[in-house]
Structure formats: structure tokens, C-alpha cells
Design a protein around this ligand. Sequence first.
Ligand SMILES: [Cu+2]
Length: 170
Amino acid sequence: MRAVSSVGVALAVLVAGLFIGAGCAAGRGSHPAPFNVSVADAWARPGAAGDSTAVYMRLTNHGRGGEALVGGRTEVAQRVELHEAVLQTELRDGRPTQVMRMQQLPAVAVPAGSEVELRPGGLHIMLVGLERALAEGDSFALTLQFQDRDPVTVEVFVVRPDSATGHEGH
Ligand SMILES: [Cu+2]
């Protein structure tokens, strides 16, 4: 009987050890990998006070986990929205016509190891209700909010699209 009970104690210790091990693993698992998204070439189109304008940039996720841009804020606009420009075919006077439409997105995914480009004619950040005019040569701070992350503030330069990329359209 003595031998059995000592095996019981050893087993109890082993089980306790497993629980501690599981606790550590769960603890690590609940903490996300370090945030490692770089923001490059952030620029905005000029805009008049009260109007809206678009911001473009390149987001690169050097981390091991997926990230998602979910919003932002800036002193120069009332609202910051995530948009995607989509080319749609609509009937205009009975003729099919290509029209650029914008739709609001809840988030922009930036998968691990990927580069996501916000650019004219595609994904962009919309500044709605400019508090002041944004003229070429200005710059302003834009705070980006990624899901479950601390906010990241970047400097955005105001550039005329022609001089920035040569791209046309929104
Ligand atoms: Cu837009």
C-alpha cells in the first residue's frame, strides 16, 4: 500500500506540473506577437475646408501575425474612414458607362508578411469633413488604429496626385 500511495503522490505532482505548463502556454498564446507593421510614403490629396480627401500609403507587415487597420483620427478632419474605390458599370442614358464608386470598409487586413498598398483607384483612407484646407506642401499627423494594438501616428504629406504618381482618378 505504501508503494501505491507514493505513486499517487508522484502522479499528483506530475499533473500539477502539466497544469502549470498549460497555464504558461495559454498565457503566451493570449499575448499577440509584437506589432511590426511599417508605414511608408503616406500622402494626401489637397482639399478645401469642409470637403473630403483621400490618404494613401504602403503598409508592410514584417510580423508573424495578421494585423488589421480598423480606423484612425486626425485633427484636420471630423472623421476618418476606410474606403475602397470600385469601378462599376452603370447605365447612363441607356449606355453602359464605367463609374468609380467608393464603399466604406470596416477594416483593411494586412496579413503576415504582406504589403498592402493604399493607392488611387483602390484602397484608401478618407478624411471626411476637413477642418482646414490642405494645400500642397502641408503635412499633418494621422493616427492609425490597428485592431487590438496601440495607436500609431504617422506624418502625411499633401501632394498633388499628378506629381506623386501620375495616376488619375480617386
Ligand atoms: Cu473614399
